[in-house]
Design a protein around this ligand. Structure first.
Ligand SMILES: Cc1cc2nc3c(=O)[nH]c(=O)nc-3n(C[C@H](O)[C@H](O)[C@H](O)COP(=O)(O)O)c2cc1C
Length: 487
């Protein structure tokens, strides 16, 4: 084993800097990529890379010829060179794929067979954090979705190998994550309990042991952990019942981009079918202050006024997604970004809180945009396929074995696996759509190209007056009250 890269190729971490007022929200897949996170961190705020889909992202970037050589440069610093070299041998295509050539996939992991996918997730997450940290000494964070139970541990571990400062996780209750961070920081294994549906125990064990990957006993800095929550009640529960310590919270309201927590209590819907949120869905900040940990407010907080209000309420600052999602450095495919911004300027883009689209069952914010899966015709024309599989859930098969199913997979497969047919209605394959958003759409059998589905918060309309090609630095200056990047 060689020296770990964060101690040799990037400047050593400085003494704990003051907490940043702005967290650039993690945005999967690859919207908050290393380029965006690096530029936010260089500007003195907390840049966050998304670790969602990071294994497929790695292999697709390699198959696209690794423009600029960044992925291979980062892989060159991975502590196990044999392993990193294997990924290049297996996936790198000089000059990229030939036109019409589908991407080679990461093998779908299962509860008992996930070694190849986990290795690629460790490598992918290492690469993303390494690149985001390159050439400066400011902290960089990692965002993951708790619901992706089969995928979070290797992404976390790869990010730790690259010296990630903070792990931020929402979309579920990340009770077990602090304990996992403690264990991995000591080179020790950690066992998650994954949820399993159907007849049998409600959970099953899933272990990541650094020793299985050549890092047994290797000490790493333990990142800070900020759960993303929507209620102060959950903040209290996590503070008391998590498996280790928590260093802060992101409190996200229902206007935020991406997934939203469902409304509390019985859900009601407005005339267009969106879930209705009320006062009870807003966290009580007086209760948050009592907990005594720093917190950041997210969801429609992208303005200097909201930042001031947050600070007045005792928050450490704000977490902002939507404004960063459309800046020049983001990983959103430039054509998709320009088309969305043009629609915003023409007053043609609206954001719909879709209660069905996400196979997770959480409401998901969808930009209504022609040519994307937000349109019923585009959705209906897509052949259902589940070939990336991040949003699959475990269920009990016979003889104590677990299987995996996704409500957006082919309906007959889902039903054969014990899923209810009504759960498949309106479900969209976010895995393939979000890969398409990042410019890495799969070409399926018969040449069908996967189409995008854009997510944004209600703040999207604000961008109507912003100049195109605005930068992450422009967003930060705007939030700090130093002027709007006018068109
Ligand atoms: C395009 C996009 C993708 C997002 N993806 C994720 C994600 O993968 N994980 C997550 O925790 N939050 C995600 N979010 C939420 C952001 O991290 C952030 O909390 C939120 O955008 C803040 O609200 P705002 O959109 O009003 O600024 C996403 C937001 C956007 C706009």
């Amino acid at each position: 084993m060689t020296t770990l890269p964060h101690s040799s190729t990037t400047p050593a971490p400085q003494p704990a800097p003051p907490l940043s007022r702005i967290i650039q929200g993690g945005m999967g897949v690859a919207i908050s990529n290393w380029v965006l996170a690096q530029s936010v961190s260089r500007a003195g705020q907390l840049g966050v890379v998304s670790g969602t889909g990071i294994d497929n992202l790695l292999v697709r970037r390699l198959q696209d010829g690794d423009p600029g050589g960044h992925v291979r440069r980062a892989l060159g610093h991975f502590p196990d060179q044999e392993w990193a070299g294997q990924a290049v041998t297996d996936y790198y295509l000089e000059g990229g794929r030939t036109p019409g050539q589908p991407y080679k996939r990461v093998p779908l992991p299962t509860l008992t067979n996930h070694r190849v996918a986990w290795r690629l997730a460790i490598l992918g997450s290492f690469v993303e954090v390494f690149l985001a940290r390159e050439g400066h000494a400011s902290p960089v964070g990692l965002n993951l979705l708790t619901k992706l139970q089969l995928h979070t541990m290797p992404a976390m571990y790869g990010a730790m190998l690259a010296g990630v400062d903070t792990v931020i996780m929402g979309a579920g209750i990340p009770r077990e994550v602090p304990g996992a961070l403690d264990a991995f920081a000591q080179g020790q294994p950690y066992t998650f309990r994954v949820d399993v549906k159907g007849d049998g125990p409600a959970t099953a064990p899933l272990t990541l042991d650094p020793a299985d990957y050549g890092f047994g006993g290797v000490s790493l800095p333990r990142p800070k952990f900020y759960p993303i929550i929507s209620s102060h009640v959950l903040a209290g529960v996590l503070t008391r019942k998590a498996t280790g310590s928590i260093q802060g919270f992101v409190i996200e309201g229902p206007t935020a981009g991406g997934h939203n927590a469902p409304p509390r209590g019985q859900t009601t819907y407005d005339a267009s079918g969106q879930p209705v949120y009320g006062e009870r869905d807003l966290a009580d900040l007086a209760e948050m202050r009592k907990i005594g940990l720093p917190f950041w407010l997210a969801g429609g907080s992208g303005s200097p006024e909201a930042l001031r209000r947050a600070l007045d309420e005792g928050a450490a600052g704000i977490q902002v997604g939507t404004l960063f999602a459309y800046c020049a450095e983001s990983g959103l495919r430039p054509e998709t970004r320009d088309r969305t911004l043009a629609a915003v300027r023409e007053g043609q883009a609206s954001v719909y809180t879709d209660p069905l689209a996400s196979p997770t069952g959480f409401p998901f914010k969808v930009v209504q945009l022609p040519g994307t899966l937000s349109e019923p015709e585009v959705y209906a024309a897509r052949t259902r396929v589940c070939d990336i599989g991040y949003l699959r859930e475990f269920y009990w098969q016979s003889e104590g074995k677990t299987g995996l199913r996704c409500a957006a997979e082919p309906v007959a497969d889902y039903v054969r696996k014990g899923g209810a047919v009504e759960d498949t209605i309106g479900r969209k394959c976010l895995c393939n759509a979000l890969m398409a958003d990042a410019g890495q759409a799969q070409i399926q059998k018969g040449g069908e190209v996967e189409q995008p589905l854009i997510t944004s918060g209600d703040d999207l309309v604000k961008l109507a007056g912003w100049k195109s090609g605005y930068s992450a630095g422009d967003v930060i200056r705007y939030l700090l009250g130093e002027g709007t990047p006018q068109s």
